[in-house]
Design a protein around this ligand. Structure first.
Ligand SMILES: [Ca+2]
Length: 352
């Protein structure tokens, strides 16, 4: 494909994302197309792709959607300086949504459509599927996953390091306590914080969002600019952790929200604050390392907020109806509708 045709195709896909209904499957194709576009262009180095995924973030929990409860200046800055995908849709729960993003396929085509994967289940995203990081590795990218996986862990072959990622620091299941890093689900309870295949006991007690941020910053700073960087920062926030304290954040940040009447909402707001702070640090590091002008930064969530007391969470999807993870036809649109945004500097660099 000629550079001009490739760029035209890329811009067309961006406009389609902006104007019409989109899905995370389409997002996968968009990222691959943008990467291929830069390779075809020749004079431009491979764009870095930074994919930041929030977990269960509510529609009404970011400033640029009008929330006056939780300031999110860094996420808002991404929105206003980038491209907000107003009709972007995700599936209503973790595993199906993440499987679609990694494969570019609707979950029903990979057997991931029903519910989340539990850590003790003998199944995962089928090994017959070639995942986004595997494609990008073939294009010369270095590939890193920080945070949540949740696509199967019952055999080594299903783990991130065997699915296209060069490194992984994070967890394999669907939820962890943000301080003790244990996962309590489906009758089992155990430590789930890994550096590759090894349990990361040394990080016990470190706030998970900070761990992810520090790792992302380290990877960006250490990146060899001759390769493209594909960095996925898949946050624990703002998913509920374990039943003994579902939502956790540093006490001083929680205290900043003492004016909110609900204690869980106070904690939730502090978790969002840490998430927003992480976005800011990643962007700042890209800027400081001279990488931002050649980076595609995508911020999204895997599904909407866990509202109405689900998982003892405190997300808000107002004015949309519904909450993760239920799928009821009358609520369909409101449950799965969320947002994404792209800071597409690489695209504009290629236009020159
Ligand atoms: Ca989720």
């Amino acid at each position: 494909m000629s550079p001009n045709l490739t760029l035209f195709y890329s811009s067309l896909m961006i406009r389609n994302q902006h104007s019409f209904s989109g899905r995370s499957e389409r997002m996968t194709r968009l990222l691959l197309t943008l990467s291929l576009a830069s390779l075809c262009w020749g004079e431009v180095t491979k764009p870095n792709i930074i994919l930041i995924i929030a977990d269960d973030l509510g529609w009404n929990d970011v400033g640029f959607h009008g929330s006056n409860q939780i300031p999110t200046p860094n996420i808002d800055a991404l929105a206003w300086s980038g491209l907000v995908l107003q009709n972007y849709y995700v599936t209503p729960i973790c595993t199906p949504s993440r499987s679609a993003l990694m494969t570019g396929k609707y979950p029903i085509h990979t057997g991931m459509q029903h519910s989340v994967l539990y850590g003790n289940e003998p199944r995962g995203l089928p090994l017959s599927e070639k995942l986004l990081p595997q494609y990008l590795k073939e294009l010369g990218y270095s590939t890193h996953l920080v945070g949540k996986w949740h696509l199967g862990s019952f055999k080594k072959d299903y783990l991130p390091l065997h699915r296209g990622f060069d490194t992984h620091l994070g967890f394999w299941t669907g939820r962890i306590d943000l301080y003790d890093h244990t996962s309590f689900e489906a009758g089992s309870w155990g430590f789930d914080f890994r550096r590759g295949f090894q349990v990361a006991h040394d990080l016990f007690g470190a706030y998970a969002t900070d761990v992810y941020t520090d790792e992302a910053v380290k990877l960006i700073r250490g990146h060899n600019s001759s390769d493209g960087l594909f960095l996925v920062v898949a946050h624990s926030a703002v998913h509920s952790g374990n039943p003994y304290e579902f939502l956790r954040a540093p006490d001083d940040l929680v205290a900043n929200f003492s004016h909110l009447p609900d204690r869980q909402r106070q904690k939730y707001a502090a978790m969002v604050t840490k998430l927003d702070e992480s976005v800011g640090k990643v962007m700042e590091t890209l800027q400081n390392e001279g990488m931002l002008e050649n980076s595609i930064v995508l911020f999204t969530t895997d599904n909407g907020g866990a509202a109405a007391g689900f998982n003892n969470n405190a997300g808000s999807n107002y004015p949309l109806k519904g909450e993760a993870p239920s799928v009821i036809s009358l609520r369909f649109e409101s449950i799965i509708r969320f947002y994404a945004m792209i800071e597409a500097n690489a695209y504009f660099v290629m236009k020159k």
